[in-house]
Design a protein around this ligand. Structure first.
Ligand SMILES: Nc1ncnc2c1ncn2[C@@H]1O[C@H](COP(=O)(O)OP(=O)(O)O)[C@@H](O)[C@H]1O
Ligand SMILES: [Mg+2]
Length: 337
C-alpha cells in the first residue's frame, strides 16, 4: 500500500447517556452510559471494499453514521483524504464540500424515501443540493442517467415509492447516493430487507458500480457470505469493540478470535472448519457501563482464562495485515499480509 490511507479512523468512540439508576436502598444515583462504539481504529485504502460484521446491536450502524458524518463521535479522530473530519460537527457537515464525496445507502430504502417524491425527484434531490452550477435540465438529465446506471427503466421515473417493488426502492436508494459521484460509499445492510433472489441481483449491481467508478465501500452486513463475496477486507465487531480485522480470505480461513470463529461456524454451508466448531455459551454482557478491564466475550468464551477477566485485550499486532483482540487466539500465525 502506498501513500496516505484514504480513510483513517483513530480511537473512535460513541456513548449514549442513559438516565441515572437509583439504587433500590437509596443513595446517590449511578450515572449510566451505553457504549455503542468503543475505541475503534482502522484505515482504508482508496478503492477497497471493507465489510463490517457483527451481531445486531454491536454498533455497526452507529459507526457507519459516524463515518458518513451523519452523527458525531464522543471521542476519536476521522481523517478523510488527509482532512480531519471529526472536527466538523455532523450538523455543519451537511453544508461541507466533502458531503458530496461521502454518501450513505440506508438499511431501509422505504424509510429513507419521501413518499411524495417521484423516482426522478428522489434521485435529483441530492444532485440539486450537492452538485453546484447545474441547471434544472442538467439535474434531470443526470438523475435519468443515474437511474439507468442502476437499471431502473425510464417508465418508473414518474412513479412514487409505494408503487415500486422492494428491489426497485433499493435501486432508488443506491441511485440517490451515487448520483453525486461520491468517492466513499457507506452501505448499511443495503439488501437485508429484500428477498434472497433480489438480494443477489442488487449485490451484483453494487459490485459492478464499485468497479466501474473506483468507489471505496464500507459495507455493513450481518451476513458473512455477502461480505466474503463483495469485500477485500473485513472487520468484526462485538459489543462496540473491533475484535478482528484483516483480508477477507485470511479471516475466513484462519479466524483468530473465538467470536469470529463462532460467527463463521454458524454459517450453514461454510461452517465446516474441521471438527473444532466454536460455540458461544450464555448471553452477551451488557453494553451499559462496560468494564474497561474485562474482555467483552467473558462469560461466553470457551477459551477464557483469568487474564481475560483482568484486562481488555488490545487489537494487534500493531502494523499487521490481520489483527485480532484476544490473549489466547485460535489457529496459527500466518505469513504477513
Ligand atoms: N440513539 C440511541 N440512544 C441510545 N442507545 C442507542 C442509540 N442508538 C443506538 N443505541 C444502542 O447502541 C448499540 C449499537 O446500536 P447499533 O449501532 O444500531 O447496532 P447494529 O447496527 O450493529 O445493530 C445498541 O445497544 C443500541 O441499542
Ligand atoms: Mg444496524
Amino acid at each position: 500500500m502506498t501513500g496516505e490511507p484514504f480513510v483513517e479512523v483513530h480511537r473512535l468512540s460513541r456513548t449514549f447517556a442513559l438516565p441515572a439508576l437509583r439504587p433500590p436502598g437509596g443513595g446517590r444515583p449511578v450515572p449510566r452510559h451505553l457504549q455503542a462504539v468503543d475505541d475503534v481504529s482502522f484505515s482504508l485504502a482508496r478503492g477497497q471494499a471493507l465489510g463490517l460484521v457483527g451481531e445486531s446491536g454491536c454498533g455497526k450502524t452507529t459507526l457507519a453514521h459516524i463515518l458518513a458524518r451523519l452523527a458525531d463521535p464522543t471521542a476519536g479522530g476521522l481523517v478523510f483524504d488527509g482532512r480531519d473530519l471529526a472536527a466538523v460537527p455532523a450538523a455543519r457537515f451537511a453544508r461541507d464540500p466533502a458531503r458530496r464525496r461521502i454518501q450513505m445507502v440506508f438499511q431501509d430504502a422505504t424509510e429513507a424515501l419521501n413518499p411524495r417524491d417521484t423516482v426522478l425527484e428522489a434521485i435529483a434531490g441530492p444532485i440539486r443540493l450537492l452538485v453546484p452550477g447545474l441547471r434544472g435540465r442538467e439535474v434531470a438529465e443526470r438523475a435519468a442517467a443515474t437511474a439507468a446506471r442502476v437499471n431502473l427503466p425510464p417508465e418508473l421515473m414518474t412513479r412514487f415509492p409505494h408503487q415500486l417493488s422492494g428491489g426497485q426502492r433499493a435501486r432508488v436508494g443506491i441511485a440517490r447516493a451515487i448520483g453525486v459521484e461520491p468517492e466513499l460509499l457507506i452501505l448499511d445492510e443495503p439488501t437485508s430487507a429484500l428477498d434472497v433472489s433480489i438480494q443477489a441481483v442488487v449485490l451484483k449491481l453494487l459490485d459492478r458500480l464499485r468497479r466501474e467508478s473506483a468507489l471505496t465501500y464500507v459495507f455493513v452486513s450481518h451476513d458473512l457470505n455477502v461480505v466474503r463475496m463483495l469485500c477485500d477486507r473485513v472487520m468484526v465487531m462485538y459489543l462496540g469493540r473491533l475484535i478482528e480485522e484483516g483480508p477477507v480470505e485470511a479471516v475466513f480461513r484462519n479466524p483468530r478470535h473465538p467470536y469470529t470463529a463462532a460467527l463463521i461456524d454458524a454459517i450453514p454451508r461454510l461452517g465446516a472448519r474441521g471438527a473444532a466448531r466454536e460455540r458461544l455459551a450464555g448471553e452477551p454482557r451488557s453494553p451499559v457501563n462496560p468494564s474497561p478491564t474485562v474482555c467483552r466475550l467473558v462469560g461466553r468464551c470457551a477459551h477464557e482464562q483469568a487474564r481475560c477477566r483482568a484486562a481488555m485485550p488490545p487489537l494487534g499486532p500493531e502494523g499487521a495485515g490481520h489483527r485480532h483482540a484476544c490473549f489466547f487466539p485460535l489457529g496459527r500465525d500466518e505469513e504477513p499480509c
